[in-house]
Design a protein around this ligand. Structure first.
Ligand code: APR
Ligand code: PHB
Length: 390
């Protein structure tokens, strides 16, 4: 087989790039290791920054998001028994975020690819990129006993944190930066009314908690748990009781509980791989960087990679100008690190870790007191939360 751009990974990053390039007449093949049912069964985060929502519209995939997603102009931080609000709209120059599940967004992208007869190959085993720095870049994969070869101009590594693409960059070229936090988030999805109209991030001495939502009848809640805990350690009753303890009374009193539809634990990890380009291979999204979910930056960090790659590919194919491709890694990493900084900051502000000493806790108190006494501090939070410009 032959294509212009071979994309490894059929998550939001890979699908979005494939869709955008297709609309400009650039041919792609997406190779996904899992079945579609598996990919669409994963529950992921649910806050889209303004820029990502725009990209969905540009990709002609924004219709359901615009119909069913909720626009949020602010969120709350609960701390010390108080419930303070961050006015995103006021402090970000009129911007906002869209609450829309990443699982639904992935479904929309798959449907768009199908509508346009896009090539998305599921259950592709042993995917392997080859000749990254040579003149014949290609990707091989196995389907049953058959090994298939795809010749291409470029390979995109959009295969998430555990993918094969990053690992194919030689060790003496790749630099990895990692910070692992000693906790995870236990998430629970339930068919209940959201406790609060906007998201509530809660700092509490028993640990962090978050009240989020997918719609007016579907809620998503999280509590910080030790890394050693597993989902089986937490019955639904135990989850609800612990969540209530970590929320201020005015919120806890309104909490509607019910059976869980899904429960899972996500580790808190910050990670960046540099460079994001090696020869004809370009990394994008979780394949190159991970953030703890606290600042809702995961998908949004991927969005700028896709935006830069898309425009760089357009310039290459339409004008024969490869400046954008040459600058991709540096440009993408500059924004990636800002999302890392913000996610780390919000994580450290709101979590109590086993190694958080009394001094750190007083600093957290002070940081929160400063935040809610300073318009400049709230402006800084808001501009990062709605997303820095691409
Ligand atoms: N071959 C082919 N596909 C692979 C391989 C492989 N060797 N390894 C992984 N994949 C697939 C995964 O099954 C997954 O569907 O690549 C896809 C990567 O998707 P994501 O992990 O969702 O990563 P990405 O598309 O970059 O999405 C950005 O933002 O909010 C965060 O983590 C969240 O997924 C989200 C991410
Ligand atoms: C979610 O709804 O899953 C969610 C929202 C905000 C975050 C993280 C996760 O910061």
């Amino acid at each position: 087989m032959k294509t212009q751009v071979c994309i490894i990974g059929g998550g939001p990053s890979g699908l979005m790039l494939s869709q955008l390039l297709h609309l400009k007449g650039i041919d792609t093949i997406v190779l996904e290791r899992q079945s579609r049912e598996y990919v669409l069964g994963r529950i992921r985060a649910g806050v889209l920054e303004h820029g990502f929502a725009e990209l969905m519209r540009e990709a002609q995939c924004g219709e359901r998001m615009d119909r069913e997603g909720e626009i949020h102009h602010g969120f709350h931080i609960a701390h010390g028994g108080r419930l303070d609000r961050i006015d995103l709209h006021k402090y970000s120059g009129g911007s906002s975020v869209v609450v829309y599940g990443q699982t639904e967004l992935t479904r929309d992208l798959y449907e768009a690819r199908d509508r346009m007869n896009g090539a998305v190959i599921h259950n592709a085993e042993d995917v392997q990129p080859h000749d990254l720095t040579g003149s014949r870049p290609h990707v091989t994969y196995r389907k049953g006993d058959e090994v298939v070869r795809i010749d291409c101009d470029f390979i995109i590594g959009a295969d998430g944190f555990h993918g094969v693409s990053r690992k194919s960059i030689p060790r003496d070229v790749l630099r990895e930066y990692e910070k692992v936090y000693p906790s995870g988030w236990l998430g629970l999805l339930s068919r209940t009314r959201p406790v609060w109209p906007e998201l509530v991030y809660a700092r509490h001495e028993r640990g962090f908690a978050l009240c989020s939502l997918r719609s007016q009848v579907l809620s998503r809640y999280y509590i910080q748990v030790p890394l050693s805990d597993s989902v089986e350690d937490w019955s639904d009753e135990a989850f609800w009781a612990e969540l209530k303890r970590r929320l201020p009374a005015e919120v806890a009193d309104k909490l509607e509980t019910g059976p869980s539809i899904e429960k899972s634990i996500a580790p808190l990890r910050s990670f960046v791989a540099e460079p994001m380009r090696y020869g004809n291979l370009f990394l994008a999204g979780d394949a190159a960087h991970i953030v703890p979910p606290t600042g809702a930056r995961g998908l949004n960090s991927a969005a700028s990679d896709i935006y830069y790659l898309y425009h760089a590919m357009l310039r290459h194919y339409q004008d024969g100008d490869s400046t954008g491709l040459d600058q991709y890694s540096e440009k993408a990493l500059a924004r990636v690190w800002k999302a890392q900084r913000f996610s780390w900051w919000m994580t450290m502000l709101l979590h109590t870790f086993p190694d958080t000493i009394a001094y750190d806790r007083r600093l957290q108190d002070t940081e929160l007191a400063y935040l809610f006494s300073s318009e400049a501090a709230q402006r800084s939070l808001a501009e990062n939360y709605v997303g820095l410009p691409f």
